[in-house]
Write a protein that binds this ligand. Structure first.
Ligand SMILES: CC(=O)N[C@H]1[C@@H](OP(=O)(O)OP(=O)(O)OC[C@H]2O[C@@H](n3ccc(=O)[nH]c3=O)[C@H](O)[C@@H]2O)O[C@H](CO)[C@@H](O)[C@@H]1O[C@H](C)C(=O)N[C@@H](C)C(=O)N[C@H](CCC(=O)O)C(=O)O
Ligand SMILES: Nc1ncnc2c1ncn2[C@@H]1O[C@H](COP(=O)(O)OP(=O)(O)OP(=O)(O)O)[C@@H](O)[C@H]1O
Length: 484
């Protein structure tokens, strides 16, 4: 790509462009360590570091041009000053990869909980019904059916475009995090459908307030194509606010909720046996899902509504939903030989925890033992509510370590003890080692009891634990075997 081709879009000073009319770039990177001969280096002011400090390093590695926000006149290669490097990175990568999202149906899903489940469901329904579907999410990316690893829930546009450049997929489903929206990671992308699952307490250490968190999520709905549609859970407090704003702006919207005004109504739900009745206009649809929990009925309704918009017929969509077995680490059930049941789930917000513990309570005929903890360096304000939920709904709970991140084991242990003393009840205790906590619960459990382990889902443990296992599911299976 010749850099001057995109000069206008980037608002780069014209004389700069004329000075270097033939700067051909062979690649783009925002990390000096990845720069190769002939690359364009984009210097970003980050949260930890400032990419402008690495410009010289990028040039030493072969950068033939640099984009940045600071005024620089001392460089041996063309330098283009822009107002916002993150935005410029997105725009320039669109040109470089020849606008790979242009010929695809784009679905963006945002919200505090349910993004991954809803995206998987949509992909599952579409793939079952003849559409090939790329996927970007917190667990992995999938392009042309091939799985690629992911660092972020939503990568930046350079990564997205690089992956989509060879994609033959008809549709792209993307989980869109509030971080990505505030960091302009997907600036310039136009969505055909934008979905809002819900909004509740999370990431307030990053966003400061629920209002700011909402405003971040709201950005996705400004990125709809002219003929694009919003699909919104209006039973949610913030979803209702969003919906009224969208209606005010004349943006087409499908509302999903439990009241008669909803375009798609969750008419009734039973948990035993699992069954959902959805009303979509004049159509009433009966679904017998494999998924547990009322929260998942919202995910199903969202996915069904989206698939119908794209052209999947009702029967095909229902059959596909009824075959969907769920996602690893999201209410994954393990039956132990001793007659107890273990559930592993990813809930790490108060709202997710509430739904998850409530679902386990509905299914469990005996005692419900809940094991959970809190990530180090992550929004401590949600911890108190999470303890209240567990102490109210479960019969016994064990506070244990989740990822410590930069927090020391001693500090986290003290935090757990303090939280338990202040907000817990007599049915709670602290066992810091996660595998010992699971062992304790398994020892306690009798036939009909359920052990719910939340927070990590199928993620690998960050710290080394007492028993040689990598995640909660492995721990449960290993310790159940030991007990026999
Ligand atoms: C705090 C945060 O969000 N950081 C994101 C941000 O990194 P950053 O730009 O601030 O990076 P930085 O380390 O300060 O470095 C600044 C610049 O210097 C460059 N550099 C650095 C070192 C060097 O030797 N050479 C060099 O050029 C870096 O490549 C970077 O361009 O931009 C990067 C590229 O888009 C992201 O990968 C990165 O996400 C990190 C990994 C992260 O953990 N983010 C979390 C908070 C996050 O975004 N989470 C949401 C999901 C939340 C949820 O719903 O659960 C997500 O979308 O993943
Ligand atoms: N619609 C929902 N409403 C409330 N809680 C939900 C909903 N869907 C899932 N959950 C809970 O949230 C957890 C995470 O679900 P999921 O991975 O689908 O959400 P996510 O938005 O992708 O989360 P994250 O942003 O943390 O990756 C689940 O394990 C479940 O406990």
């Amino acid at each position: 790509m010749e850099l001057h081709e995109v000069g206008y879009t980037l608002n780069i000073q014209a004389e700069n462009i004329m000075q270097y009319p033939k700067t051909i770039i062979k690649g783009i990177s925002y990390n000096s360590q990845d720069v190769e001969e002939g690359y364009l280096f984009v210097a970003i002011k980050g949260y930890q570091q400032d990419g402008h400090h690495y410009i010289q390093h990028a040039i030493e590695n072969g950068a033939c041009a640099v984009i940045g926000e600071e005024m620089r006149a001392d460089l041996s290669v063309p330098y283009f000053q822009v107002e916002n490097s993150r935005k410029a990175l997105g725009l320039i990568s669109d040109h470089y990869y020849n606008f790979p999202t242009d010929d695809k149906i784009l679905i963006g899903i945002t919200g505090t909980n349910g993004k991954t489940t809803t995206s998987y469901l949509i992909r599952h329904i579409l793939e079952d019904n003849g559409f090939s579907c790329a996927f970007f999410g917190s667990t992995k990316n999938i392009i042309n059916g091939e799985v690629c690893p992911t660092i972020n829930t939503t990568p930046n546009l350079l990564e997205i475009n690089r992956l989509l450049a060879g994609s033959k997929d008809d549709v792209v489903v993307m989980e869109v995090s509030s971080h990505a929206l505030t960091q302009h990671r997907i600036e310039g992308v136009s969505f055909d459908y934008a979905l809002f699952t819900n909004l509740s307490h999370d990431h307030l250490d990053y966003h400061g307030s629920m209002e700011d968190y909402f405003q971040a999520k709201r950005k996705l709905f400004e990125m709809l194509k002219k003929e694009g549609k919003a699909i919104v859970n209006t039973e949610d407090y913030w979803g209702e606010i969003l919906a009224s704003q969208l209606v005010g702006q004349g943006i087409p919207m499908i509302s999903i909720g439990e009241n008669g005004r909803s375009d798609m109504k969750l008419e009734s739900y039973t948990s035993n046996p699992r069954s959902l009745l959805l009303k979509n206009g004049n159509e009433t649809i009966s679904i017998k899902p494999l998924l547990y929990g009322f929260h998942n009925m919202y995910n199903i309704a969202m996915a069904y509504g989206t698939a119908k918009q794209i052209g999947v017929d009702t029967k095909g969509a229902i059959q596909s939903i009824e075959r969907f077995e769920g996602i690893e680490g999201r209410f994954t059930i393990i039956e132990l030989n001793q007659g107890a049941t273990v559930v592993v789930d990813y809930a790490h917000t108060p709202d997710a925890l509430f739904h998850c513990v409530k679902t386990a309570r509905e299914q469990c005929s005996g005692n419900l033992i809940h094991i959970f903890g809190f990530r180090g360096d992550r929004d401590p304000a949600k911890r108190r509510e999470m303890i209240s939920i567990s102490s109210e709904i479960s019969d016994q709970y064990i506070l244990t370590f989740d990822d410590l991140n930069s927090v020391s084991p001693v500090d986290m242990k003290n935090t757990l003890i303090e939280l338990q003393e202040k907000y817990g009840n007599e049915n709670g205790k602290v066992i810091t080692d996660r595998t010992l906590a699971i062992e304790g619960a398994i020892n306690m459990a009798k036939t009909g009891d359920w052990i719910l382990i939340t927070g990590k889902g199928n993620e690998k443990y960050q710290q080394r634990c007492h028993y040689p296992v990598q995640n909660d599911e492995e721990a449960a299976l290993y310790l159940a075997k030991e007990e026999k």
